[in-house]
Design a protein around this ligand. Sequence first.
Ligand SMILES: O=C(O)c1ccccc1NCC(=O)[C@H](O)[C@H](O)COP(=O)(O)O
Length: 260
Amino acid sequence: MILDDLVSATSDRINLEMQQTPLATVKQAALKQPKTNAQDIYDRFLSTGVHVIGEVKKASPSKGIIVNDFPYLEIAEQYSAAGVTAISVLTEPDYFKGDLKYLQTITEHVDTPVLRKDFTIDPYMIYQAKASGAKIILLIVAILTPEQLSAYLKLAHQLGLAAIVEAHDEAEIKVALNAGAKMIGVNNRNLKNFTVSFENSIKLRPLVPKSVAFIAESGVKTVADVQKLAEIGVNGVLIGETLMRSNNKAAFIEAAQEID
Ligand SMILES: O=C(O)c1ccccc1NCC(=O)[C@H](O)[C@H](O)COP(=O)(O)O
């Protein structure tokens, strides 16, 4: 399964990075960042309307190369000017052609909160995210033990980072809620065969209390899709490929964010 390959590649990469830049150095850099409060991010997503997270991504395992031209900072600036609630930046290099440097550059130039979109498997990556100016991280239930999930969520909150805890089914939603997740992402993409269906969000939405933000991830193609997800009560939508391929990103984002 693709998640196993992603975890294995991430583990090799992080082991190398830890040799090049020790944890103590990354921790020091993280602690130099301005203090932030995770609850501020959760509150933004819980406020009325559908909140768009615009994703900056060059490639993905399911789609291969999505765009050849990749002016990542310009794209982030367009998202920010159009009023997205957050920007997701892929930092995974092997399958998504991402880079931590993209995230660092974007956080240096753009005020909108940035999500480090990666396959977090070690606290080192959480300190890296903070040191790079991210305000949100991704924690995927399927690749962590419940103990790791609780510990990583706690560490994120101590550092002032919010976390999207990604769950794929009912059992994973329970694990996420038990760990204290305040924002749950449900992936509409089946990671075994890459098919996309909003059925997963529709089925799992009622299992997440209204005090916990619900983000529908993947497969949004049209503003009508956002409307459908709004009707089932999602707080946010994470949109990657469609925005990356769009010639008028601002028009799509503005229309999506007008939905009540
Ligand atoms: O998109 C993939 O191929 C993929 C494969 C394995 C793990 C994660 C994957 N995608 C990550 C995402 O969560 C998406 O980048 C994100 O939800 C945006 O999706 P989309 O709007 O469909 O580009």
